[in-house]
Design a protein around this ligand. Structure first.
Ligand SMILES: C[S@@+](CC[C@H](N)C(=O)[O-])C[C@H]1O[C@@H](n2cnc3c(N)ncnc32)[C@H](O)[C@@H]1O
Length: 439
C-alpha cells in the first residue's frame, strides 16, 4: 500500500532535527509525535522505523545522499523509508529519486570498504577491530545494525512462564522461552503490550534477556540486604526484588530523581513491597555511609557509553565520543569504589555495564582489584554454574548480540574476602627471650 507523500516530508523534517544529535533520537521522536497529534500508530511506526534505518546505515546512505539534485536530507529520508517499507510504497518520487533508490537497493554491501559496511564512526570501528579482530567486528556491527527483538521477564511473584505463554497466545501473541533467562520470553513481532491485563497487573515487564541474566548473577536470596546502586528506572531492581521473593530489604539508589520516579509505577504494578528507592547526591553520600559493611549483595549497573544497546539506540554510536568514554571511566571507578564500601565480609559486588568496550569493563575491574586487596574475583563460570545459567564464559560475563542475541552486556562478580585473623604473637615467657636490638 502506498504511503501518503506527506510522510516523506515529515520523515525529512524530524530526521533533520535528530541528525543534529542534540538529544537522544527517541526523545526527539516522542516530542515530534506529541507536536503532530494527527499521526496514527501506523504512520508513527513508519516514520520512526525510517529514522532508525537512517541512523543504522548512516555511513552507507550518506555516500549516496550527497549525489544528484535532490536535497540530501530528503534523500536520506527516502533511503530510510525504502529500507523499511520498500520503494513501491513511496508515492510522488521523481525519476532521479526512483533511480537512486533502485541503485542503492542493488548494491552488494559486502563489497563496500569495511568501515562503511560496519556503519560505525572511525574511532569506534578501530576500537572494536582492536578488541575482536576485523572479521568478528564486522559480524558484531552487522547485528548491532538490526532492530532488537522484544523480550519479556515474567514476574515470578505473580505468574509463571507457561501460564504467561498461554495467556499471550489468546491475544494472540506468540512468545517462546529464552535459553539463558529462566523467566524470559521472546515475543515475535512487536505488539503493543501496555493494554494487556498481564502487563497492567504486573505479571510481565519488558527486559532484554541479557539484562535479566545480569540481575540473576547477583544471586540475591530471601531475607537478604541488597543494594541496586545505579537503579535508574528499576529494570534490574524489579528482577532482584522478585528473586528475593519480596522479602528482605532492597535499596534502589540513583542520583536521578527523574529516573527513580519512573520506577514508582513499575513497582506498584509488580506487587513488590521490599524495595526502598533512595535518591543519593553522589557515590559518597552520607545515606550510603550508614549502610557500610552491612550489605549482602550490591549491584553496580554503572553509567556507561551504552554501546551494547545500539540495536535499540542506533543514535548512540554517532552521539558518543571517545573523550566522553574516558570521562566515564573515572566515574565508573569512583562509583565502584563507593559501592564496595557497602559490602559485608563474604558479600558480593557485581560490576556491570551495557558497553562493549574493554576500557569500561575489564579495565575497571582489574584496576579495582589492584587497589582493593580485600576483594577477589569470583570466576564467571563458577557463578553461572551456581545460578544454573547455560552459558560458557571465562572470568567475566560478556554477552554479545552476534553470539547470544541479546544486547551487549558485561559483568564481573567480586567478593569481599573473609577477614583473615592476624596470627597470634606468642608472648615470650621471659623478657630476656626477646630479640635484643643491636647496638
Ligand atoms: C545503566 S543505568 C542503570 C539502568 C538500570 N539499572 C536498569 O536496569 O534499568 C545507570 C544509572 O546510573 C545512575 N548514576 C549515575 N551516576 C551515579 C552515581 N554516582 N551513583 C548512583 N547512580 C548513578 C544514572 O542516573 C543511571 O540511572
Amino acid at each position: 500500500m502506498r504511503l501518503p507523500p506527506a510522510i516523506i516530508a515529515n520523515t525529512e523534517e524530524v530526521l533533520r532535527e535528530i541528525l543534529r544529535f542534540t538529544s537522544p533520537a527517541d526523545v526527539t521522536l516522542s516530542r515530534y509525535f506529541k507536536d503532530h497529534p494527527r499521526f496514527g500508530g501506523r504512520e508513527r511506526g513508519v516514520i520512526a522505523e525510517a529514522v532508525y534505518a537512517v541512523l543504522r546505515n548512516k555511513s552507507f546512505f550518506t555516500d549516496f545522499a550527497g549525489a544528484g539534485n535532490t536535497p540530501s536530507m530528503r534523500k536520506l529520508a527516502l533511503l530510510g523509508l525504502a529500507e523499511t517499507v520498500g520503494i513501491d510504497a513511496l508515492g510522488g518520487l521523481s525519476e532521479d529519486e526512483t533511480h537512486l533508490l533502485t541503485r542503492v537497493k542493488e548494491v552488494d554491501r559486502s563489497l563496500l570498504p569495511p568501515q562503511t559496511q560496519a556503519n560505525l564512526p572511525g574511532w569506534l570501528y578501530d576500537k572494536l577491530v582492536a578488541q575482536f579482530g576485523e572479521q568478528e567486528a564486522l559480524q558484531l556491527a552487522a547485528v548491532l545494525n538490526t532492530p532488537a527483538p522484544l523480550d519479556l521477564r515474567v514476574n515470578s511473584i505473580k505468574a509463571n512462564r507457561e501460564d504467561v505463554i498461554a495467556e499471550l497466545a489468546k491475544a494472540p501473541i506468540a512468545a517462546e522461552p529464552m535459553p539463558y533467562a529462566p523467566l524470559g520470553l521472546r515475543v515475535h513481532k512487536k505488539p503493543a503490550l501496555q493494554n494487556l491485563p498481564l502487563f497492567k497487573e504486573g505479571a510481565i515487564e519488558v527486559q532484554d534477556e541479557g539484562s535479566q541474566v545480569l540481575a540473576q548473577l547477583l544471586g540475591a536470596r530471601r531475607g537478604e540486604m541488597v543494594v541496586d546502586f545505579c537503579a535508574g528506572a528499576g529494570g534490574k531492581t524489579l528482577a532482584l526484588g522478585a528473586t528475593m521473593r519480596n522479602t528482605g530489604r532492597l535499596y534502589a539508589f540513583d542520583v536521578s530523581d527523574k529516573r527513580l520516579s519512573k520506577l514508582k509505577p513499575r513497582l506498584a504494578r509488580s506487587g513488590l513491597s521490599n524495595v526502598h528507592p533512595v535518591l543519593i547526591a553522589h557515590e559518597r553520600d552520607a545515606k550510603i555511609k550508614r549502610l557500610a559493611g552491612k550489605i549482602d549483595r550490591v549491584l553496580v549497573d554503572a553509567p556507561c557509553s551504552g554501546l551494547g544497546t545500539l540495536r535499540r539506540n542506533p543514535d548512540v554510536k554517532w552521539r558518543q565520543k571517545p573523550e566522553a568514554v574516558a570521562e566515564m571511566q573515572e566515574k565508573q571507578a569512583s562509583i565502584l569504589d563507593g559501592a564496595s564500601r557497602l559490602v559485608k565480609t563474604g558479600g558480593r559486588l557485581v560490576y556491570a555495564t551495557c558497553s562493549l568496550l574493554n576500557e569500561e569493563n575489564d579495565v575497571i575491574v582489574e584496576q579495582f582489584l589492584s587497589t582493593h586487596p580485600d576483594f577477589e574475583l569470583v570466576p564467571m563460570n563458577q557463578v553461572l554454574e551456581e545460578q544454573k545459567i547455560p552459558l560458557e564464559m571465562d572470568q567475566y560475563l560478556k554477552m554479545l548480540p552476534h553470539k547470544h542475541q541479546t544486547d551487549g552486556f558485561f559483568a564481573a562478580v567480586l567478593q569481599r574476602k573473609a577477614k583473615v585473623k592476624a596470627p597470634a604473637v606468642e608472648t615470650p615467657a621471659d623478657e630476656s627471650e626477646l630479640p635484643q636490638a643491636e647496638e
